[in-house]
Design a binder for this molecule. Structure first.
Ligand code: UD1
Length: 429
């Protein structure tokens, strides 16, 4: 298993290109199942989650072609992928494929909408706690599907097609909103989704579905209205920039000090996190090319945060922010309200010298003068990258094991950091 070795203590200076958002690319790729025409997606990041989803889609009969490099493109420019689901040859997504990535469960919606039946393995456990799919299934039931759970599979049937309805989510769910949208676009009549997720990735999916011929109003608000259409066609869509990658590198610069332009990043996608960084003493400015993040000697101040659905502070930046706060002046309280058990990084940060006390869903992070390098273990995607950030600011060497978690969500991480002066290398093993 590969490891990453970081020799800490370098400032970050330069530019980092921001990739297309993993969490938008995945549902967009899944949307290709809704049409027999070609959906072409640009700015798709090169990530192992994208490859895993490609395998799942090809099992359903989706053809894929990847455009070659073009003049002026670097290896870090996202890829352009054309997906064509001329015919869905298999309505079953088996355990072996779905268990590698939770989001693949979302294929249930387009397959059901197009074929009247879908059989998808339940995703199973995950390092950040139980992540049920009850609300996704509830949404499909509201649209008229009959759901059965059998031998670890969710079987959804709607032989006479789905029918528009009102879906009220008792809590905000991104996957639930994606699922409801993808099912409703081909349902007969009107669907109203209440308490919908307002995450930019939902808006991006809705924008792409609209290009494919869907009728959607209110995406980006908590009430989305979908008027079903009989069929969807092909489209061309560029994946929006990754706000979690943006926030991660912004926090890395905040932690090490330096001056970095996050190329292609959009401040409107993560305003709440940028506001928190400014409160902590970091200079953040938006330019035509992206977001510039600077800290030149100013002290880091402790700031309290609470994770929330968009536009609140994202749970996917909680671990990285905690790493940052380990070196702030004073004590910061970080509350996780979205996922239980999303504090796996606490023990590992402690190995680097961080002082963190857990109390239920709240972490009290007391800033320390210095962190020192140590071997640590990556436990999930966002936790792993919080260890990278901490390692960049720690004295000496930090080795991060199980980096396959990072490869799921961060494109060309070592290259992007190295070009800004960090000492990061991958050790194959
Ligand atoms: C997506 C993101 C993930 C992010 C999360 C919250 C992708 C691929 N993943 O995950 O990176 O951390 O949004 O912003 O986009 N819930 C239920 N029942 C359900 C579904 C969800 O109780 O049927 C709960 C979850 O346990 C959690 C909360 O709802 O407590 C939010 O989860 P959700 O927004 O659905 O997360 P994902 O879509 O899985």
């Amino acid at each position: 298993m590969d490891k990453i070795r970081i020799t800490g203590g370098q400032r970050l200076d330069g530019a980092i290109p921001i990739s297309g958002a993993k969490n938008a690319a995945l549902p967009l790729m899944i949307a290709s199942l809704l049409t027999d025409e070609t959906l072409t997606l640009a700015n798709v990041p090169r990530l192992s989650d994208v490859s895993a989803l490609s395998r799942i889609l090809s099992n359903h009969g989706v053809d894929r072609s990847i455009a070659g490099k073009r003049i002026g493109q670097s290896a870090e420019t996202g890829q352009t992928i054309a997906l064509t689901a001329r015919q869905i040859v298999d309505t079953c997504a088996p355990y072996e494929l779905v268990s590698t990535m939770r989001a693949s469960f979302w294929v249930i919606a387009p397959i059901l909408a197009r074929m009247g039946e879908a059989r998808v393995s339940l995703p199973g456990g995950c390092a950040i706690g139980t992540r049920p799919v009850d609300l996704l299934l509830m949404a499909l039931e509201r649209l008229g599907a009959e759901i059965e759970i059998e031998n670890g599979y969710a079987i959804a049937r709607a032989p006479r097609g789905l029918k528009g309805a009102e879906i009220v989510f008792p809590k905000v769910t991104v996957g639930g909103t994606h699922t409801a949208l993808m099912a409703a676009v081909l349902a007969q009549g009107t669907t109203v989704i209440e308490n919908a997720a307002r995450e930019p990735e939902v808006t991006d999916l809705a924008a792409c579905l609209t290009k494919m011929g869907a009728k959607i109003e209110g995406a980006g608000t908590s009430r989305i209205v979908v008027t079903g259409v009989a069929r969807l066609g092909g489209a061309h869509h560029a994946v929006l920039p990754d706000r979690i990658e943006t926030g991660t590198y912004a926090m890395a610069v905040a932690m090490t000090g330096g001056d970095v332009l996050l190329e292609g990043a959009r401040a409107d996608l993560l305003q709440s996190a940028l506001d928190v960084l400014v409160k902590a003493g970091v200079e953040v400015s938006s330019t035509n090319e992206g977001i510039r993040v600077r800290r030149n000697g100013q002290p880091l101040e402790a700031v309290d945060v609470e994770t929330d659905p968009f536009p609140g502070f994202p749970t996917d930046l909680q671990a990285q922010f905690m790493a940052l706060m380990t070196k702030a002046r004073g004590t910061s309280r970080i509350r996780e309200t979205i996922f239980e058990n999303r504090f796996m990084h606490v023990q590992e940060l402690a190995r680097l010298g961080a002082k963190i006390r857990l109390e239920g869903d709240c972490a009290h992070v007391e800033g320390v003068a210095k962190l020192t390098g140590a071997p640590v273990m990556a436990t999930d995607l966002r936790a792993s990258v919080s260890l990278v950030i901490a390692g960049l600011a720690a004295e000496g060497e930090t080795t991060i094991n199980r980096v396959y978690h990072l490869d799921r969500g961060f494109e060309a991480l070592e290259a992007k950091l190295t070009r800004c002066g960090a000492q990061v290398e991958r050790l194959s093993g």
